[in-house]
Ligand binder design. Structure first.
Ligand code: SAH
Length: 236
């Protein structure tokens, strides 16, 4: 069974959005993955179809109600549904390439997109939602986060990317940022391509790329660099 994403949202028209284009769009057409949306508002009980209410304890904004969201989750993913249930949340564990691989290997994901100030804590607990963040900044809703996450996941599904080799050397796959790229023309505004890359010496090219990847990682991402060094005793 292909990877299937079910998105719970107040804005279903945002999907598939950019995921309907390019690589992920072609894969969607081919049936290599699937996406469906569920409108949370359809589970509201009152005639105004309201889904939010004021925060207990006071303060600004509104909170998505636990009872309505729970109904939407139960309809989209009954208990026997094996897919992980994810809540997009700035308080969640940061999304990583490793997490993208883990999800791409599974049956799919049920993704709840928060809005307003967020969702009532009790639905997170009772429906065992795994909170995932896409970065240390605040978006106005979970939808763009879900799209970002799915874009990273879908390209890892077998058959989606033409050249799987390009995936192996990419930033974060090796624990390093990727080396710089060059292509024609040979000279651009007075700048040439490093000689080694046009030398045809594959060993030297590999060494240059690794050295550049290490230099960039050391300069830009000390967090990744320390993890890489701890992992690899050969690095001096
Ligand atoms: N009051 C919350 C932010 C709410 S933003 C707080 O301070 O933590 C509204 C919704 O947008 C959230 O419920 C979540 O679903 C989504 N969202 C915002 N920023 C996000 C991020 N960095 N990662 C994942 N989801 C995010």
């Amino acid at each position: 069974m292909a990877f299937k994403a079910t998105i719970l949202t107040l804005y279903p028209d945002m999907f598939p959005g950019p995921l309907g284009q390019s690589l992920s769009g072609r894969a969607l057409e081919k049936g290599l993955w699937d996406i469906e949306t569920s409108q949370i508002r359809d589970f509201a009980a009152d005639k105004h179809r309201s889904v939010d209410d004021t925060p207990a304890g006071g303060g600004a904004g509104m909170v998505l109600r636990a009872d309505i969201l729970a109904k939407a989750i139960d309809a989209a993913a009954p208990v026997e549904d094996p897919r992980p249930r994810i809540l997009m949340s700035p308080r969640g564990k940061p999304f990583t390439q490793a997490k993208a691989h883990q999800l791409a290997e599974g049956p799919g994901a049920v993704i709840v997109c928060g809005r307003f100030e967020g969702v009532d804590q009790r639905v997170i607990e009772t429906r065992q939602l795994e909170e995932i963040s896409i970065g240390d900044y605040i978006l106005s809703g979970g939808e763009i986060g879900a799209i970002t996450m799915l874009d990273a996941i879908v390209r890892l599904i077998p058959g989606v990317m033409g050249n799987m080799e390009s995936a192996d050397t990419e930033s974060f796959e090796t624990g390093l940022l990727e080396h710089p790229h060059y292509t024609r023309p040979a000279e651009f505004e007075g700048l040439t391509i490093p000689d080694v890359l046009t030398s045809g010496n594959h060993k030297k090219i590999h060494e240059w790329r690794l050295a550049e990847a290490e230099r960039l990682t050391r300069e830009r991402r000390s967090d990744l660099w320390y993890a890489y060094m701890a992992d690899d005793d050969d690095v001096d």
